[in-house]
Structures are given as C-alpha cells and as structure tokens.
Design a protein around this ligand. Structure first.
Ligand SMILES: *Cc1c(COP(=O)(O)O)cnc(C)c1O
Length: 393
C-alpha cells in the first residue's frame, strides 16, 4: 500500500506524523529466511528493541500467527511484554538477565543466555525454589569480545556447572562480529572454528545441548557453515539488508517493513537571498517555495539530515533545507508543481518508483540503517497494516 492510496487519515485527531508497519512484508521476509536456510534449521525472529523500532508486540504476534519458531529479545522485560501479549513460542533473552530477574525468567518461561557463574548460580537457586529446571543457552565468546565465556575460561566454568541441579544447558551459542564484511571472512571462519571447538569441549563433559546457533542476518544468509540448527535474523526481517549483508549482484527480495509519513504544515513563498532555520545554514538561491513539516529530531528525524536529507512529495524528491529542529523540518518544493497545504510527505519508504530507504538515510548520516528505524521515537504513532486492514497502535 503506498502512501498515496490512503483512503482515510490513519492518525485522525493527532499531528499527522506516523510510521506504517507492513506486517505482510515482515512475514514475507521471515519466510524468505526460512526458505534460504532450509528445513533442518529453525529461525529465531529477533524482536529486541521494540522490533528495531517497528513495534515488538504487533510484529511478534504476526510472526507467531505465521508459526515462527523462536523469538529473541535483549532484556527479560521485553520477553515479559511478549508473554503478556499472549506469545507462547520460546523466547531467548539475548543479553542474559540482571540480579533480581530470576523469578521473572522462571515464572514466565523465558530462556536466558548465560555467560557467568554468578548468574547461573542465582538462576539455579530460583529454579529450585520454584521446583523447576530452567533451560539456558550458554554463550561462548568466539571473537566478538562482548558477552560470552572465552574459550580459555570455558573449562573452569564447566567444572563449576556440575554443582547445579536445576539448570539445563539446552543450547550453546555465540555471535559473529563481521559476517557482513567479505574481507573479514577469515575472521568469521575463525569464529566458526572456535565455536565448534567449544561445543566439543562442552559435549566432552557430558552436556548435550540440542540447540546450536551462531548466525545473525549476515551469518544466516551468507555463511551456511554458521547456521547450526537455529539462525537469529534481525535486520533482514525488517527489510534492511544493503548495509547488513555482504554486497551482492542480485538484490535480495527483502521488503522494507517501515515507512514514515507526515503532511505539509505550512507553505510559503520566500524570495531569493533569505536565510532559513537555526544557524542560518541555508540561504535561498532563488525565489523559492518552502514547505514546513511537523517532524524533527525528537521524532528520530536526525539533525544530521540538515541540508542533506530528502523527502517525497507529489511523486518527486524535495531536499531538506536548513537545520532539522526538534519538532519541525523545512523542505524546498520550488520544483514540484501543485504542492498543497496538508499534502502527504514520505520521509522513509517508496512512492511508485521513488524510494528513500533506511540504508540511504543511514549513509547520509554516517550510521547503520538499524539506528534509523530504532531511532523513531515513541511520539510517532505506529500504524500496522496487513492486506489492507489497518490498526493504529
Ligand atoms: C541483535 C542480535 C542478532 C540479530 O542481528 P542482526 O544483525 O539484526 O541479524 C542476533 N544475535 C544476537 C546475539 C543479537 O544481539
């Protein structure tokens, strides 16, 4: 559904700045991953950080309805929100948990990643108290350097693990640091080798983890050897791939899920030679028509887009002029005939053959596409669409 086909105002009674989440595109992208990895491999939809800004509950509900195998969150509290929304699939807490969250993990059947003896001991105690055994996934650091037990500390940890009666090491995982960078493929291969060695070490001690996983988006699609029996795609589910996967000659059929819209709040004729916006960073070179848009950096429309970004109005690109401010942004529509007050404007997304991708905005602002979608603030309502059905958040 393109922005120009809107039948009614999806955010009636509010400032008309909203994002649309195409749940059919999300489902399509998940199925594409499933096809790529084949039948022996499960796929965990990573929905941490509010599904990279897309709305975790709605995205997860859709994927759950389409039989997604697993969900991945960063924090136990994110997992709790999904359980409260009725999600029954297994949920992995990728970042582990904090002291005091053990009963949350146990009580809501969340599966935590563990990487230190103290957290395992605390979880064992809470599990005993509840009379259950808690499944965990042990994280091994194979080169990312962030979370995980280093290979040279693994033996000592495995020695201590025997003390715990109510912990089941159901999975072993690690995380790739550079699976999207072809020039670093030798590093990725070294991570794969270290991971295989760690699994052997764990099995040699009599543990029999059944779930083995290492691959993020780039690992899942570009490094078949990293798949294990579960892959953990995040960004590609939301249709971001140009700065997520290794370069390719054949574009992936991954569809952007988020689009971002607003409307013209004010139009004015400005003569040549006038300054626009904070800091007077733009001076009109000609008699101009300037449109003011009700969106700014508090919404996540980055200030770095000042004099650099572009939007789509009436089927044409219009450049951002002057500084993006907290709540307002100006664009130059001099070259676009017929622009009217309240015309719809696309900040992110496509209209017919024109497109502004998260990757494009990321390149213009020196960041990663993830930061663009994660950065859309809570002030911006999310409108979820699926086969022409729509529901506002
Ligand atoms: C965020 C995350 C992922 C997903 O990464 P993408 O690059 O978005 O596919 C996978 N695994 C872990 C541990 C993560 O933190």
């Amino acid at each position: 559904m393109t922005a120009f086909q809107l039948q009614s105002d999806p955010v009636a009674g509010r400032r008309p700045t909203w994002i649309e989440i195409d749940l059919d595109a999300l489902a399509h992208n998940y199925q594409l991953v499933k096809q790529q990895v084949g039948p022996g491999v499960q796929a965990m939809a990573v929905v941490k950080a509010n599904a990279y800004g897309h709305g975790a509950v709605e995205c997860t509900r859709r994927l759950a309805a389409d039989d997604a195998d697993w969900f991945g969150v960063a924090l136990p509290e994110e997992g709790l929100a999904l359980r409260e929304a009725g999600i029954r699939q297994p949920i992995l807490c990728l970042g582990g948990f904090w002291p005091g969250q053990e009963t949350l993990i146990v009580g809501h059947n969340l599966t935590p990643v563990v990487y230190g003896i103290e957290m395992i001991a605390a979880l064992d105690r809470a599990s005993k108290d509840a009379g259950v055994t808690t499944a965990v996934h042990l994280k091994v650091d194979t080169g990312m350097g962030r979370l995980g037990v280093r290979g040279d500390a693994l033996d000592a940890l495995l020695d201590q693990l025997t003390a715990f009666t109510n912990i089941d090491i159901a999975g072993v995982m690690s995380h790739l640091a550079s699976a999207d960078e072809t020039r670093l493929d030798p590093f990725t291969e070294r991570q794969e080798e270290r991971f295989a060695a760690a699994i052997e070490q764990i099995r040699a001690r009599g543990w029999n983890p059944s779930i083995i996983h290492l691959a993020n988006s780039a690992g899942a699609l570009a490094h078949p050897a990293a798949r294990g029996n579960l892959v953990r795609p995040g960004g590609i589910l939301y249709g971001m791939w140009r700065d997520v996967l290794p370069p390719t000659d054949t574009p992936w059929d991954l569809r952007p899920v988020m689009s971002w819209h607003t409307r013209v709040a004010l139009l004015k004729n400005v003569p040549a030679g006038e300054e626009l916006g904070y800091g007077c960073t733009f001076v009109t070179a000609r008699d101009s028509v300037i449109a003011t848009l009700p969106v700014g950096y508090h919404d996540g429309y980055m200030r770095n887009l000042s004099n650099r970004g572009r939007v789509i109005i009436r089927g044409a690109f219009a450049p951002v002029v002057g500084r993006v401010s907290m709540d307002l942004t100006m664009v130059d529509v001099t070259d676009i005939p017929g622009v009217q007050l309240h015309d719809e404007v696309t900040l992110l997304g496509s209209v017919d053959e024109l497109a502004i991708t998260a990757e494009e905005i990321a390149t213009a602002t020196g960041t990663l596409s993830y930061e663009v979608t994660c950065g859309v603030s809570e002030r911006v309502p999310r409108v979820f669409s699926s086969k022409h059905a729509r529901s506002a958040e």
